[in-house]
Design a protein around this ligand. Structure first.
Ligand SMILES: NC(=O)C1=CN([C@@H]2O[C@H](COP(=O)(O)OP(=O)(O)OC[C@H]3O[C@@H](n4cnc5c(N)ncnc54)[C@H](OP(=O)(O)O)[C@@H]3O)[C@@H](O)[C@H]2O)C=CC1
Ligand SMILES: O=C(CO)COP(=O)(O)O
Length: 332
């Protein structure tokens, strides 16, 4: 077992920290919020981001000190909101041991650069790609925090590192599969959040399962097309991180992206939905980055474009649906 540090004590950072602690690792949580650090240290709880857990394991500690957090880390897990990851990680440069594996839980694309989180993390920490791993799958944090059975996928270009990380997070309720397709995992996780926004909008506007299924399957086609053009393996999109995560995220009010979309579909403004959101809805910032990725790889992204039209121009859900499809009859 290993010394694992988790950067970011949000809902998923904390729940995954508990998985790692349950698997027998010594887990150190680092958070920017002093009240979260104090609550974990003194009450073994994260009442701000994961109040459903009454007591975190004893082998989960916390600190707000960056150097102390990572000094003895064999593995550093990054669970910070994607748009802030680069800035937050740059503060750790030079502090993390050269041998540590860096593992990202994040599902988003950096809006200002169009870069995936594997690219952002490696740039921010000056890291060789074989020391980076991504975790992505149908992993609604609250259910995993309740120790309901679940699985994920761990991707690293060095498959031995993926296997090592899978061993470190395997418990009787949590199973990890491995792949070398980091690009596929990154794009599955990021792009499905945009699809979840659209499905949430549909349900919020009062539509049923046919409409949701239409959006999910067209969304899967879109994220597969963008992903394979970017160098991902098509089979990744049919696995846990692709179809699996679409099913979980698009079907659950526990998803912040789904709920954000639902609130928009009900008539809230983006500002109102942001205020109502219980944590980061990564798809909001990622939607326009997906459109730009599509342009870069010459792949049409009608769904992501339609979602940005709702977010940026406030068009209605019915208008969004009409913009989601190309004109005329299309071959599926
Ligand atoms: N929740 C889930 O079910 C899952 C989430 N993910 C992904 O994991 C990532 C994290 O999600 P989650 O933990 O749920 O999100 P939360 O919104 O619960 O937490 C995000 C964390 O990032 C922190 N943060 C934001 N800005 C900074 C900064 N500048 N420096 C340091 N920390 C910062 C937040 O701190 P603050 O509170 O101060 O804003 C918070 O602790 C996201 O990319 C998400 O898509 C993946 C799988 C499942
Ligand atoms: O990625 C998730 C489940 O796999 C969580 O989705 P949200 O970020 O929308 O809550």
């Amino acid at each position: 077992m290993a010394n694992v540090t988790v950067l970011g004590a949000g809902a998923w950072g904390t729940a995954f920290g508990q998985v790692l602690a349950d698997a027998g690792n010594d887990v150190m949580m680092w958070a920017i919020e002093p009240e979260i650090v104090k609550a974990i240290q003194t009450e073994h709880r994260n009442p701000v981001r994961l109040p459903s857990v009454e007591k975190l394991p004893d082998n989960m500690k916390a600190t707000g000190d960056r150097a102390e957090a990572v000094a003895h880390a064999d593995v550093v897990v990054v669970a910070i909101a994607a748009q802030y990851a680069r800035g937050a990680l740059e503060e750790f440069k030079g502090l993390i041991p050269d041998s540590a594996l860096i593992v990202s839980l994040m599902k988003g694309i950096e809006k200002s650069t169009g870069k995936r989180m594997d690219q952002v993390v490696c740039e921010a920490l000056d890291l060789p790609t074989q020391r980076f791993a991504a975790v992505s799958g149908p992993n609604l944090s609250k259910q995993i925090a309740a120790r309901q059975p679940a699985a994920t996928v761990i991707g690293c270009t060095d498959i031995d590192n993926a296997r090592m990380m899978a061993n470190l997070c395997t418990t009787d309720y949590f199973k990890a599969f491995i792949t070398a397709d980091v690009i596929g995992l990154e794009l599955c996780g990021s792009l499905k959040n945009v699809v979840a926004l659209a499905v949430g909008m549909s349900h919020g506007a009062g539509y049923g399962e046919n409409t949701a299924a239409m959006i999910e399957t067209r969304g899967l086609a879109e994220l597969t097309a963008v992903g394979t053009a970017a160098g991902a393996l098509p089979e990744t999109f049919h696995g846990l991180a692709g179809v699996g995560d679409l099913i979980a995220t698009c079907g659950s009010p526990l998803s912040r992206n789904y709920t954000f979309g639902f609130n928009l579909g009900k008539g809230m403004s983006v500002a109102e939905a942001t205020k109502a959101s219980d944590g980061v809805a990564e798809g909001v910032a990622t939607a326009s980055a997906v459109v730009e990725l599509g342009e870069k790889y010459h792949v049409d992204t009608p769904l992501a474009k339609a979602v940005t039209r709702v977010l940026d121009d406030g068009i209605s859900f019915s208008q969004m649906v009409s913009e989601m499809f190309p004109q005329g009859i299309t071959v599926e």
